[in-house]
Ligand binder design. Structure first.
Ligand SMILES: Cc1cc2nc3c(=O)[nH]c(=O)nc-3n(C[C@H](O)[C@H](O)[C@H](O)COP(=O)(O)O)c2cc1C
Length: 214
């Protein structure tokens, strides 16, 4: 179903939240590409993507100023797009754009701003480009679309870790605690306000119950 408006709320995307998607794009010589990419919802009709230089996606978006955001929860599709190139017959063409045949919804995005930056982390420094884009057209294949956000998984994993803290010696508990701390990092970075609060409550409960953990 082609949506009459370009409002990202119709595909469950909220301002300020980061969603894990598959971006499809076209090379200068017409080759279709797909890669998992985090998409930041900037407003109801604008998104931003942070793309490492050197990838096909970076080259294609720089060249065409267009990309397609495919919303899917298919684990194998996400995996195939990460581990290698997917076959050409996984795509179809929609108004000149490459779209994945399998998705819950997709939208066409047109770049309106580019900014270069260097991302520093424990692996070193990597140049990337921030592409801000306007949503031009939304197509929904499912009535209810739930874009993937890592926050809820961080909460669920932490709760499971919490229930396991009872078992085991100090070293085992310390390892489990580190896993919860890692989930807290994820929730702080990409989670919603309630997911951040959930992790805070879990950590408070851990500190309350196990005073020897740090
Ligand atoms: C869930 C997930 C999210 C990702 N998000 C990003 C991202 O936001 N920016 C980026 O440059 N790479 C991201 N990546 C890594 C790219 O998908 C990966 O580098 C890919 O190989 C690029 O493929 P390409 O050369 O076909 O564009 C992500 C990977 C995964 C699995």
């Amino acid at each position: 179903m082609i949506m009459k408006n370009n409002n990202l709320k119709t595909v469950g995307m909220e301002k300020g939240q980061l969603y894990e998607t598959i971006i499809s794009s076209l090379s200068a010589n017409g080759r279709k590409n797909a890669a998992p990419i985090g998409v930041l919802c900037k407003s109801e009709e604008e998104v931003a993507v942070y793309i490492y230089q050197g990838s096909h996606t970076h080259k294609n978006i720089s060249n065409s100023d267009y990309f397609v955001v495919n919303l899917t929860t298919n684990p194998l599709l996400l995996t195939e797009c990460t581990l290698g190139d997917i076959p050409a017959d996984y795509f179809y063409e929609f108004k000149g754009n490459p779209v994945l045949k399998e998705n819950d919804a997709f939208f066409i995005s047109r770049v309106i701003k580019k900014k270069e930056l260097v991302h520093e982390n424990e692996l070193g420094s990597s140049p990337m480009t921030v592409f801000t884009a306007k949503v031009e057209e939304i197509v929904k294949n499912e009535d209810v679309v739930r874009p993937l956000n890592r926050g809820i998984y961080a909460v669920i994993e932490s709760l499971i870790h919490f229930t396991r803290l009872e078992i085991g010696d100090f070293e085992t508990r310390q390892n489990i605690y580190l896993k919860i701390k890692e989930m807290d990092r994820v929730a702080r970075r990409v989670g919603s306000a309630s997911e951040k609060k959930a992790l805070q409550e879990i950590l408070e409960a851990v500190h309350e119950k196990y005073k020897d953990l740090e």
